[in-house]
Design a protein around this ligand. Structure first.
Ligand SMILES: Cc1ncc(COP(=O)(O)O)c(C=O)c1O
Length: 407
């Protein structure tokens, strides 16, 4: 039996509106609108970068993605908004392609500048300069960033007027963490010299925790998909308050589910619940449900007990280990459960954060885990069939998509 990932267009748009409302509330008197770059890397966190970008194309200002191959697919599908290659390019040829197709490139390393200076590019390119303010991942160090900016500005292949500056929070989900202030201070010091450049700092958590850092662009990922960017049970008072607020505002886009495959009634006391290790012994008469999903579908194996699935609006306790393709649940609290009833593994009515928290995981990796490469085991579908969310080849040429510098 196949599992099912259903995605809600309505909830995706709802979450985007939650973010837009936050931006608006934070700057009620500003006339300039904070622009939104929707982060759709890793197949839009398992939701499918093509359907997600089709839904959001008219609603956001740009998309952030990693691979140029994926950026090309989006263009092929008719996506018209700027596409930003968040990790930059991986060789000179990709830099040329980015220029040819009008993709924006994040420059974060000397290699990028060297490739830029090898030869003029076939067309002018949109550049973002990434600085490392403390994340320790990608970005020019603060000592080298001015020189990188000078080289970008002086290169005739770059749209000098549209160079943007970006950095990335390491601990925005823990707003009281001391590194946040260090990063903010470093960013502010750097950007002082570049009044004419647009700036971008915040991911989802940053948007809600640091409104003064919104600048010209924000880059939400997880919040778009309805994942709470703040951890459950945080020791940070602000994170707890924001977690609580967003719990009631964001709605899951993905619901991961399956159907009840079989029901077994235990005939004697102390009988093994089933599965490996004989971990759970059942009493006579207990009805045990066989759930045909396991870790090979991307459901997390490790559990610290108390994991539940939802059947007929009732939480049912798991009583076996998560096996490769199955797990077993106690149907005692759901006496009306029948074979073929829907079982929600996470999503609608069962927050993914509960499953993630119980398994030492985070919502991000669970979403990405089921959303990629399970096409023989999981059926993926959007609730909205009115707009064509599957392949829809456009007749566009790359000329159609060359983005003007002032976008
Ligand atoms: C550069 C960059 N910006 C924004 C995001 C979005 O982060 P989040 O999903 O926490 O909103 C990511 C995701 O990791 C990222 O790498």
């Amino acid at each position: 039996m196949k599992a099912l990932c259903t995605y809600s267009k309505k909830n995706l748009l709802h979450n985007l509106n939650v973010i837009k409302a936050e931006l608006k509330n934070a700057h009620p008197r500003d006339t300039h609108k904070v622009k939104i770059m929707a982060i759709i890397k890793s197949n839009a966190y398992g939701h499918g970068c093509i359907p997600v970008s089709k839904i959001l194309d008219k609603e956001v200002d740009a998309f952030g993605i990693i691979l140029i191959e994926d950026a090309l697919k989006l263009r092929d599908e008719g996506i018209s908004k700027p596409i930003v290659l968040l990790e930059g390019v991986f060789n000179r040829r990709e830099l040329e392609m980015a220029a040819e197709y009008g993709f924006h490139v994040v420059f974060h390393d000397d290699d990028h500048i060297d490739w830029l200076y090898e030869n003029p590019l076939p067309r002018k390119l949109h550049a973002w300069l990434k600085i490392d303010t403390g994340m320790g991942r990608l970005g020019f160090s603060l000592e080298n960033a001015d020189e990188a900016m000078r080289k970008l500005k002086n290169n005739s292949s770059i749209y000098e007027r549209s160079i943007r500056i970006m950095s990335h929070f390491a601990c925005a989900d823990n707003p009281e963490h001391s590194l946040n202030n260090v990063q903010i201070k470093e960013f502010r010091k750097f950007i002082k010299k570049y009044d004419d450049c647009e700036k971008c700092f915040c991911n989802s958590a940053g948007i809600f925790a640091f409104p003064k850092m919104h600048y010209d662009w924000v880059r939400p990922g997880i919040a778009l998909y309805g994942g709470n960017p703040f951890p459950v049970n945080s020791t940070s008072p602000l994170a707890s308050a924001l977690e609580n607020k967003l719990k009631s505002q964001l709605k899951p886009v993905m619901t991961f589910k399956t159907k009840l495959y079989k029901i077994k009634e235990k005939t004697t006391d102390g009988q093994n619940a089933g599965g490996y290790g004989a971990g759970s012994l059942c009493s006579k008469g207990m009805r045990v449900g066989i759930v045909p999903v396991g870790y090979s579908h991307g459901y997390p194996r490790s559990t610290q007990n108390g994991r539940v699935v939802r059947i007929n609006n009732t939480n049912c306790r798991m009583i076996s280990q998560v096996m490769m393709d199955m797990m077993l649940v106690d149907l005692s609290d759901c006496p009306d459960a029948q074979v073929d009833n829907d079982i929600i593994l996470w999503g609608d009515g069962l927050p993914i954060e509960d499953v993630a928290g119980d398994s030492g995981r985070i919502s991000y990796d669970l979403l990405c885990g089921v959303g990629v490469d399970h096409h023989n085991k999981i059926v993926y579908s959007w609730d909205d069939t009115s707009s064509k969310l599957t392949r829809n080849k456009s007749q566009a040429t790359k000329e159609t998509y060359l983005i003007k510098p002032d976008i």
